[in-house]
Design a binder for this molecule. Structure first.
Ligand code: SAH
Length: 196
């Protein structure tokens, strides 16, 4: 397929912050994503008490679902507003601390301890800061990454997962000449070459 029209497109961090400020967040789904329910067994693979990563997490309600099932959830999100809305909309008390390794970054942690949301760019994270994960829920993340940054994103994700991890990825299929994205159209062949 021809993805040429999207290859050069860049959405800046400032633009994402503005979307949150303007409430221009059509990607956020109050009711959560049914695909996670459908493929939960694939993610968990019979395991309990997993560490699950939400890249570009927004205020995804699925973080609460998984935490309530006894998993520990780590997310990363550039918008502090999004992170604060997540905790307040679920009535979760939290504390806020700087991340010594990343200048300007903060981590917001639920008082119960099982949800930690890093407020910084995902490209500032590494496994030495956040550890490695048993599972990943990637919805609105790879497809939100600027096309030119996909390789960098995928390499980072590969670095952040344990050997026996499960990675659920949601993509969207449409004619990339008719919509500029995000969400961007990521062809299956590209997903294969990014993640192997
Ligand atoms: N996964 C969420 C949000 C999808 S929208 C959901 O399913 O609802 C993409 C989110 O990524 C936005 O909230 C945006 O603010 C955030 N974002 C964009 N670039 C980022 C970056 N480099 N690092 C961290 N978060 C980023």
């Amino acid at each position: 397929s021809d993805v040429g029209s999207q290859k050069e497109r860049v959405v800046t961090e400032e633009e994402w912050l503005q979307k949150w400020e303007m409430g221009n967040i059509g990607f956020h789904k109050e009711e959560g994503n049914l695909l996670l329910r459908k493929y939960l067994d694939v993610l968990l693979n019979g395991r309990s008490g997993l560490r699950i990563f939400f890249p570009l997490c927004g205020k995804a309600v699925e973080m609460k679902w998984l935490a309530d099932m006894g998993h520990s959830v780590v997310g990363v999100e550039i918008s502090e507003q999004a992170v604060k809305e997540f905790f307040s909309e679920h009535n979760l008390p939290y504390c806020e601390e700087p991340v010594p390794e990343i200048s300007g970054a903060k981590v917001f942690q639920s008082t119960s301890g099982n949800i930690s949301l890093y407020c910084c760019s995902i490209y500032d994270l590494s496994s030495s800061i956040v550890g490695k994960f048993d599972g990943v829920w990637d919805r609105g993340a790879l497809v939100a990454v600027n096309p030119r940054d996909r390789q960098c994103y995928a390499s980072l994700m590969i670095n952040l997962v344990e050997k026996n991890s499960s990675y659920l990825l949601v993509t969207v299929s449409y004619d990339p000449n008719k919509h500029k994205g995000p969400p961007f159209y990521v062809p299956e062949s590209e997903i294969k070459s990014l993640f192997g």
